[in-house]
Ligand binder design. Structure first.
Ligand SMILES: Nc1ncnc2c1ncn2[C@@H]1O[C@H](COP(=O)(O)OP(=O)(O)O)[C@@H](O)[C@H]1O
Ligand SMILES: [Mg+2]
Length: 508
């Protein structure tokens, strides 16, 4: 980088009595006002040592000590070697010229690049923030999108979904509020169109898009397709947890399931491959060992045999609640068909906005399990992104003790999913309520404004690659701004996320 091509912003000043290793002071003439901005990366060409250049970043100022000059503090990050910075045991000599680092050099330094256009570096409209959709270091490392209400999470979800699908990812979006069901339409916020165009994007609906809803729950989209759940598709321990059974009810449940499993085992020898094939067979004719109704009948038959440790009566009433939900084992209705959903570029929204919490959680568990099963069977299938909105309501710190089986499944899928190009994205306004295990699994993170210390602490404790200085920014981020950290980047940054190109309901 020959400094002659760089814009000069000032010169290093003589050190004061409280000079430190990491800081240098820059002094500029008053007419340079506007060039010294916090966050700006700079290159300092040492006057005393030809060829020695320091990388720095303006962290304080601009200050105006007198009418003729401007001061700013630069944090010294290291010595420049090619496009990288390495550690240094020195500091710039006073009087060394300080240059603005060109956009391309900043991008290279940070490690930006790829097909997914997320936005631009905050304060630098000329530095696009792009990530690689074809890298195992980004989406397959699982994604966390956090921030308080109104901070821009849903817009970020849309951007991520638009970009991932354009890169050939199949996407399934679990929509808790029915806000994503119009993403096949272009956005219609006139005021944001110039900003969208700045990123080379136009208002545009998603080309391959379908909405689904659990039968009996309806969707506001008239062309949404209903699907049914099959109780036998779940691991028994997960049904027990998600139905919130107590110990005695759980024992009764396992007893009933065992009864039918043994029968099925006797009639057809079921190997692991058979089980997987049944799990992924979405047709209503798929051979399942039991249905919700069969379990309910069995519980009723056995009710007289209830003991202190086996409560068939309690189980019966919990199963009855599930029957009421009307979502399980509906004859003639298909389940979620992974071969239909997980095609390259396809975006599927599962509208669970009118489902109760148990159904929402069971749909989530069903989706994750089947997507994982499909990806292990189809190694050449499309890379797949599953987005879970309001993740804290599915899996919370408070519930973690009683949801070990569900957490185990999540852990298994997030860890092993990477190998199979399956990525989970957790979205939450309450990261402080998520079990720490969950966000430890999210290596690619977008953290929007968070003001409660409870939520911030939880993130700070598990994100080592974000500096203290950057965290201090977090409560002050504007709408649509977020701290981005991901294994692709050499350092964490603040991004101004681009507006979504597709439409969302309920946006003001
Ligand atoms: N990157 C952005 N650019 C422009 N407007 C944005 C951006 N992010 C969010 N907004 C607007 O801010 C409001 C709140 O954003 P939203 O994504 O709904 O927040 P959250 O999901 O965190 O509650 C919406 O009106 C949205 O259109
Ligand atoms: Mg939202």
């Amino acid at each position: 980088m020959p400094p002659s091509e760089h814009v000069l912003i000032g010169h290093t000043d003589h050190d004061g009595p409280i000079a430190t290793n990491e800081r240098a002071r820059v002094k500029a003439a008053a007419h340079y006002k506007g060039r010294l901005r916090r966050g700006q990366f700079v290159v300092i060409a040492d006057t005393a040592n030809h060829g020695l250049a320091f990388l720095g970043r303006i962290v304080a100022g601009p200050f105006y000590p007198d009418p003729n000059s401007i001061l700013a503090d630069v944090e010294i990050h290291g010595e420049i070697n090619g496009s990288m910075a390495q550690g240094t045991d020195s500091r710039p000599t006073p009087g060394s010229p300080v240059f603005e680092m060109p956009a391309a050099a900043v991008s290279a330094l940070i490690g930006l690049g790829g097909d997914m256009m997320l936005g631009h570096l905050a304060g630098h409209a000329d530095i696009p923030v792009t990530l690689r959709g074809d890298s195992k270091e980004v989406l397959p490392r699982n994604v966390g999108i956090f921030g308080t209400v109104g901070s821009g999470k849903s817009n970020s979800v849309q951007v991520l979904v638009e970009e991932a699908s354009q890169c050939g990812w199949a996407v399934v979006l679990l929509d808790l509020e029915g806000e994503y069901v119009d993403m096949d339409q272009p956005m219609a916020m006139e005021g944001l169109i110039p900003r969208l165009q700045h990123f080379g994007r136009q208002p545009r609906g998603l080309p391959d898009f379908q909405v689904y809803h659990p039968v009996s729950c309806s969707s506001s989209r008239s062309d949404s397709r209903p699907f049914a759940l099959r109780l036998a598709d779940f691991e028994s321990s997960i049904i027990a947890e998600l139905m919130q059974t107590n110990r005695a009810e759980r024992n009764a449940l396992l007893d009933c399931i065992d009864h039918f499993e043994q029968k099925a085992q006797a009639s057809t020898l079921r190997t692991e491959a058979d089980r997987l094939a049944t799990l992924l067979d979405a047709s209503p004719a798929a051979k399942v060992p039991y249905t919700l109704q069969m379990l309910r009948s069995r519980a009723t038959e056995r009710s007289a045999r209830s003991t202190e440790s086996m409560d068939f009566v309690g189980l019966g009433s919990k199963l009855q609640l599930l029957i009421h939900a009307g979502v399980f084992d509906q004859s003639g209705l298909r389940g979620l068909d992974m071969s239909e959903l997980l095609r390259p570029g396809r975006v599927n929204v599962i509208d669970v906005s009118v489902a109760n919490d148990t159904v929402k959680n069971l749909v989530t568990a069903d989706l994750i399990r089947k997507a994982f099963a499909w990806k292990t069977c189809q190694p050449d299938g499309a890379p797949t992104l599953v987005v879970i909105e309001e993740a804290h309501s599915f899996m919370s710190r408070e519930k973690v003790q009683t949801m070990q089986a569900t957490l185990h499944m999540l852990r298994n899928v997030t860890r092993r999913g990477r190998k199979h190009w399956l990525s989970l994205a957790f979205v939450s306004q309450q990261p402080g309520h998520l079990p720490p295990e969950i966000f430890e699994l999210c290596n690619t993170r977008l953290v929007h404004t968070l003001r409660s210390m409870h939520n911030l602490d939880a993130l700070m404790a598990t994100t080592s690659d974000v500096t203290k200085e950057l965290w201090a920014h977090c409560p002050m981020l504007g709408t649509g701004e977020a701290i981005l950290s991901t294994p692709q980047l050499r350092r964490s940054i603040v991004v101004s996320i681009r507006p979504a190109a597709s439409r969302r309901r309920f946006v003001r």
